[in-house]
Design a protein around this ligand. Structure first.
Ligand SMILES: [Zn+2]
Length: 86
């Protein structure tokens, strides 16, 4: 049996660390641009909570973490994703 080591990452909003599986990953892919839960490159994570996904400073925090401007297309997809969080 292969022991899987949990990957621990920090939420950009509340700064609490979580198992990677409980976080939404936002990646700035080298070729494809900003992606959710896929891609290779600089990544930022946010926990799957209503509190953090509706953080009014989240956009700034994500842009700072990714060192990249996020466009409306991304936030359209993002808002659809976080609509299910509680
Ligand atoms: Zn959080």
């Amino acid at each position: 049996m292969i022991q899987k080591t949990p990957v621990i990452r920090k939420c950009v909003s509340c700064r609490i660390t979580f198992d990677r599986n409980n976080l939404l990953k936002i990646t700035k892919d080298h070729k494809l641009g900003i992606m959710l839960n896929q891609g290779m490159g600089r990544s930022a994570y946010i926990c799957k909570s209503k509190k953090c996904s509706s953080d009014s400073k989240l956009k700034k925090k994500l842009q700072k973490a990714l060192k990249s401007a996020l466009n409306h297309d991304f936030f359209d997809i993002f808002e659809r994703e976080i609509a299910n969080y509680k």
